[in-house]
Design a protein around this ligand. Structure first.
Ligand code: KG4
Ligand code: ZN
Length: 324
């Protein structure tokens, strides 16, 4: 059975062909970084227009590379929430058109569920587990009991962690997206050079707009500094907050397995600190490979696959949503 996965929730166009939920026949990604980097962030209308221009050629490329024809596709999975509405609309409308023309079912996929289950493209994780999805648009904790059975525990009250990385990189004139640049610079800096505070939030929620403002105020007051130290100290503050809340959630839910996904899960210090704490306290922490951490069509295809097997089908009146 072949599932086509379509991802257009933000600024990456992802197309994947997944066979029997296991074998990735194609997983193509078209990045829009060069379009949005001049603005220091994603411009929704430009993102949508680019998805529109990219989807069909990318699908043709995926079919050609994998030797699959349109008629071989059994089901279409598409992200319809949460994300940028103009971007989501392009992907969903494309999927509906294709499903109608081919006479195949389509399934509307939650982007956070897709990030959570991306790890299954590479390995199984025993249920139940706690999932942290940490990206440019989201910082959310879930308790996951089974395929598609996720309980929201808490999320960011303001900026997502990746958004904070991108905004701090902008303050430091480092370029966009900021996460990978800060990650690299921070390796040469002292994580304890500056004590940037992260706001204390209730339960399993997060807040990262304060730490960004703290960096901004600090930069106004200081002229002589090592940018590597600022990067490392900011990164340390954000990651420590992510580690603390995730382990608190795992403790509360009495689970030993933790999955961390989303673009920020590529971060080398994040992987180091999560792994260290897990080893110290007897937990197992799983990270998808970087290509499955950032947005991609394969994770969408995987969720559509198991939802299809459960008998789920979307109706043609299904809409997009900016939030879940
Ligand atoms: O999952 P993703 O591709 O898109 C969203 O759903 O948002 O995540 C993109 C985010 C950006 O904010 C980017 O700066 C961040 O992930 N990111 C990183 C790293 N690589 C990507 N943040 C910190 N360290 C990294 N190595
Ligand atoms: Zn994402």
């Amino acid at each position: 059975m072949i599932v086509l996965g379509i991802e257009t929730s933000c600024d990456d166009t992802g197309i994947a062909l997944l066979k029997d939920g296991r074998e990735l026949l194609a997983n193509l990604l078209s990045s829009q970084v060069s379009i949005h980097s001049v603005f220091g962030g994603v411009v929704p209308e430009l993102a949508a227009r680019k998805h529109l221009a990219t989807l069909l050629p990318l699908l043709h490329e995926a079919l050609e590379k994998s030797g699959v024809s349109l008629e071989d596709i059994d089901c279409i999975g598409v992200t319809n929430r949460p994300g940028l509405v103009p971007s989501l609309l392009v992907g969903l409308t494309f999927a509906k058109g294709l499903a109608y023309a081919l006479g195949r079912p389509f399934i509307a996929v939650n982007h956070l569920e897709a990030h959570t289950f991306a790890i299954f493209l590479e390995r199984e994780v025993e249920f139940p587990f706690v999932s942290l999805v940490v990206s440019g648009g989201h910082t959310s904790l879930f308790f996951v009991e089974d395929y598609g059975k996720m309980q929201f525990l808490g999320g960011t009250l303001d900026d997502a962690a990746g958004e904070a990385f991108d905004k701090v990189a902008k303050l430091l004139n480092l370029g966009y997206p900021g996460g990978p640049i800060i990650d690299k610079l921070a390796r040469k800096g002292d994580p304890n050079a500056i004590a940037f505070p992260v706001a204390k939030t209730p339960g399993y929620s997060f807040s990262f707009s304060g730490v960004k403002t703290a960096v901004m105020s600090w930069l106004k007051k200081h002229k002589d500094y090592k940018v590597e130290d600022v990067a490392a100290s900011f990164q340390e503050a954000v990651i420590k907050a992510l580690v603390a809340k995730t382990f608190k959630a795992a403790e509360y839910k009495k689970v030993k397995n933790i999955v961390v996904s989303g673009g920020v899960a590529c971060n080398s210090r994040l992987r180091e600190l999560f792994t260290k704490r897990a080893e110290e306290e007897g937990y197992r922490v799983y990270f998808p490979s970087p290509k499955f951490c950032t947005d991609n069509g394969a994770m969408v295809a995987f969720v559509a696959y198991y939802r299809f097997l459960k008998g789920e089908r979307a109706y043609f009146d299904v809409d997009v949503a900016s939030r879940v």
